[in-house]
Design a protein around this ligand. Structure first.
Ligand code: ATP
Ligand code: PRP
Ligand code: MG
Length: 287
């Protein structure tokens, strides 16, 4: 019998499409980009990719039409809170925020009482208003939400904010954040047992890719009498590798540094006498 493949849903076009395909590619799984077709078979992994509208994906997961999907966390909050997130993927980071016209004063959430709020995320806004004990009128619009206050349709909006440039261009200011979001891998509650091992295999690959994206491989040279001081600075994986250089009295030290600590550690290393510091990206990091 033919092996059952993983069916994964990816956004057909939009913010998540490219990075979703990129993460699969980094996992060694290559597929066509979905520009011309709605379904594609991966070339080197038992996987079928379905290219769908983001907003439709929660229902497909629920029905078991797909086993896995990559969506924004904010969409799950809006219409998929019953679905299980199996991995945060670290891209498409954004906020869902409330914004009002720049010229308006804002003291507290209470200012929204009785106001009109335009949004594409009604459930998210309703939950927020309920939590804050506020009554407001919701206007549901599917796109270009930021235009609503300028055309007199609403007093405030709730929409996605990333760089803030769309708010800026529309003369709006962010006043509060309802939630933070990033792309996530989500599972269907109906995943058949026969593909559990495949799902685990994919998860393992994704984790190795994400670990690698977070870290840098660092090589440096140091005089032998500085090695202990330098090693004390290095977080490393287990402990750094120290190899003698051809030049007497010197060694080469190899280690892995988390990208968030990177510049801080490099400055400290230089201060302790490290030289010839070479930094490279890591392709996969299996821990
Ligand atoms: N400016 C942005 N910066 C970062 N992430 C974003 C941004 N805009 C949207 N996102 C994230 O990408 C997801 C998809 O957004 P996008 O606008 O591409 O599609 P959509 O209109 O929500 O869905 P559909 O596929 O149904 O048309 C959002 O749910 C959000 O998580
Ligand atoms: O803070 P910024 O960096 O400006 O990003 C925020 C904008 O990005 C998204 O729209 P998108 O470009 O996806 O267009 P859409 O309305 O067609 O979905 C979102 O709906 C905001 O309008
Ligand atoms: Mg959008």
């Amino acid at each position: 019998m033919e092996e059952r493949k993983i069916k994964i849903a990816i956004q057909k076009s939009g913010r998540l499409n490219e990075d979703s395909l990129k993460i699969l590619k980094d996992c060694g799984i290559s597929v066509d980009n979905g520009r011309d077709q709605l379904k594609a078979l991966a070339r080197n992994f038992p996987m079928e990719v379905l290219y769908l509208r983001n907003g439709d994906i929660p229902q497909y997961l629920r029905d078991g039409v797909v086993d896995l999907a990559i969506v924004g966390e904010n969409l799950l909050f809006e219409k998929g809170s019953d679905l299980q997130v199996i991995e945060k993927l670290g891209f498409s980071k954004c906020k869902v925020s409330l914004a009002i016209p720049k010229g308006q004063t804002y003291n507290s959430i209470q200012d929204l009482e009785g106001k009109r709020i335009a949004t594409s995320y009604p459930n998210t806004v309703k939950e927020f208003l309920q939590r804050e004990n506020i009554n407001a009128d919701l206007h549901i619009i599917n796109g270009s939400v930021e235009i609503a206050p300028n055309i007199g349709l609403a007093d405030a909006i709730v929409d996605i904010v990333s760089s803030g440039s769309t708010l800026f261009k529309n003369n709006l200011k962010e006043v509060t954040t309802l939630m933070r979001s990033e792309a996530v891998l989500v599972a269907s509650p109906e995943i058949p047992q026969e593909i559990n091992a495949l799902v685990e295999k994919l998860k393992f690959r994704i984790q190795s890719v994400l670990n690698a994206r977070e870290s840098k491989y660092v090589l440096l040279n140091a005089p032998n009498d500085k090695i202990d001081d330098i090693i004390a600075l290095l977080p490393g994986m287990r402990s750094p590798t120290v190899l003698p250089l051809a030049q007497k009295g010197w060694s080469s030290i190899h280690t892995v540094i988390h990208k968030d600590r990177f510049w801080e550690v490099i400055d400290e290393l230089r201060a302790k006498g490290a030289e010839g510091i070479l930094v490279s990206p890591i392709e996969k990091l299996v821990v």
